[in-house]
Design a protein. Structure first.
Lengths: 162, 364
């Protein structure tokens, strides 16, 4: 249970997941925010209107996935590091997954690293396709990873060999 | 003896915002800070803050300290005493100060106490072994002084501080073996818990530390599962080899000066201990003595900033400043504070404040 282990349940993940059709049509945001806390930078950072207006600062984000273009600006704006972008259209067998990263070393583009699931367990090898700071001067990086399609919704972190 | 219109004790988020609010209304402010730099606990907060734009959401705490500290230093109405500790409050409204070994006194017309809180600790066999720290102390060692506390750490407490400091230890390259929490649920924001969890740190709820072991310094701890009455369950003991144990089991408001000043106090567990009775603008039962931030009840930095603003506005108003704009500014700040506390995450603070209100009614 999320409140006991820090790991969200399958049902919770499914509830925030865009539809299969939307996932199949291009990059889209996945917001793993399950607790009402006073926080709204996802909504204020998004220029596309993908995050619906907050009526109360404690609201959970509500989405219009059709408006998301996968720009990823929300990834670095989320103080909870709870936002990811998945592009299932990348290739036949692989998806692209963008995650926030605040650790050293920052991997280099082309590196093969371990993909970790929400429990921190290694579930496969992934290739780092792109590395960029989430915003000007930001120390949160956005890593875009090539992951096997069946792991696109499993991998949420990486382990870089020192 | 020095004189000032408004004396603010503590330059954390509440004190900095209080100084800016009061000075913005035209009052002359003296801001006293024990450390040689402004910012209080903000200076070691390397994570992004929650809240809204008004509370610097998505910015890191130390950056907020830089920003507010700069604004305070550039404000001609604010006089800053760094490296200065307030020692006591006297019956005639005089406070004594110590700055680098020199003693002085100051008499303000209004006082805002923004002293924050201190870390709680826990008693267990060998809890006095070296390398058993408060989590805040470890954060100071790492993020202010650049010193690693050790190599293998166990964290006791899964509130926001325990989980955030665990994350920062990981960032510093330290191994965190486990986060141990006596309560059945994680107290931290769940997104914080998830981000340490996916780096492989287990969180053990309904567990506690039974004892620590080591000759010269900490070498290992014994951990066990506990039942609903916090009694250890036989047979669940396990040992963890660690060279550091961090204790993050809550905070207690730093209220000594308020007791000295004769402010009416109430013991409210949800707010962290003894806190002063106060009104909507954080004025205590003693006229012209205000509180802001954790000293008025343990809460997030975003709320501390708004409380600082409220106290600063009202203190200035009491001295005759900002008579035109006061009503509107206070209303806006009150709305912000209510919004921060409105959700499920604000339940504890809301029930604490309700009890404090009741205590205030009984007292009057």
């Amino acid at each position: 249970m999320l409140s006991k282990s820090g790991v969200p349940e399958k049902k919770q993940i499914e509830e925030v997941m865009p539809s299969k059709e939307r996932l199949a049509s291009g990059p889209v945001v996945i917001v793993e925010c399950f607790q009402e806390i006073p926080c709204d930078p996802c909504y204020t950072s998004c220029k596309q209107g993908c995050f619906l207006p907050f009526e109360d600062i404690n609201d959970l984000p509500r989405m219009d996935f059709e408006k998301c273009n996968g720009c990823g600006i929300c990834i670095g704006a989320c103080p909870g590091l709870a936002i990811f972008i998945v592009d299932e259209t990348y290739s036949e067998n692989q998806a692209l997954l963008s995650i926030p990263w605040e650790f050293k070393p920052v991997p280099a583009e082309g590196d093969i690293v371990e993909g970790l699931n929400r429990k921190g367990e290694t579930v496969g090898q992934v290739r780092v396709k792109k590395v960029r700071p989430s915003a000007k001067k930001s120390t949160t990086h956005v890593l875009t990873l090539e992951v096997p399609k069946d792991l696109a919704h499993e991998v949420r972190s990486i382990k870089v060999k020192q | 003896m020095d004189k000032t219109e408004i004396l603010i004790v503590g330059s954390g988020p509440a004190g900095l915002k209080g100084a800016l609010a009061a000075a913005g209304q035209g009052a002359r402010v003296t801001l006293v800070e024990r450390d040689p730099f402004l910012g209080g606990q903000l200076v070691k907060q390397t994570h992004m803050f929650f809240g809204s734009k008004e509370h610097y959401a998505s910015e890191r705490g130390f950056k907020i300290a830089e920003k507010l500290g700069k604004a305070v230093k550039e404000d001609p109405n604010i006089n800053i005493y760094e490296n200065t500790t307030v020692l006591g409050y006297y019956e005639d409204g005089v406070l004594s100060l110590e700055k680098e070994g020199k003693f002085s006194t100051i008499k303000p017309e209004a006082l805002i106490m923004a002293t924050g809180a201190q870390e709680n600790t826990l008693m267990f066999p060998n809890c006095d072994l070296p390398s058993i720290y408060g989590a805040g102390a470890v954060q100071t060692l790492m993020n202010v002084h650049g010193i690693l506390p050790g190599k293998k750490v166990a964290m006791l407490g899964a509130g926001n501080i325990g989980v955030i400091v665990s994350y920062q230890l990981l960032q510093a390259g330290v191994e965190v073996l486990a986060i141990i929490e006596a309560l059945p649920n994680i107290g931290a924001y769940h997104v914080h818990a998830s981000k340490v969890r996916r780096m492989g740190v287990p969180i053990w709820t309904s567990h506690t530390v039974l004892s620590a072991h080591g000759r010269e310094t900490l070498e290992k701890i014994t951990v066990a599962e506990i039942d609903a009455d916090f009694k250890p369950l036989a047979g669940t003991e396990k040992e963890l080899e660690v060279d550091v144990l961090c204790i993050a089991v809550g905070l207690t408001p730093l209220t000594e000066i308020l007791f000295q000043a004769g402010c009416r106090m109430a013991y409210i567990p949800e707010l962290g201990g003894h806190v002063p009775l106060c009104d909507e603008t954080l004025e205590t039962s003693v006229k012209n003595i205000f509180v802001a931030g954790d000293v008025s009840g343990i809460e997030e930095a975003s709320a501390a900033m708004v409380e600082g603003t409220l106290a600063g506005l009202k203190a200035a108003y009491n001295l005759g400043y900002g008579r035109d704009s006061y009503g509107e500014l206070v209303k806006a700040a009150r709305l912000e504070l209510d919004a921060l506390r409105r959700g499920p995450a604000g339940e504890k603070i809301r029930s604490g404040l309700e009890r404090l209100n009741l205590a205030g009614k009984e007292a009057s």
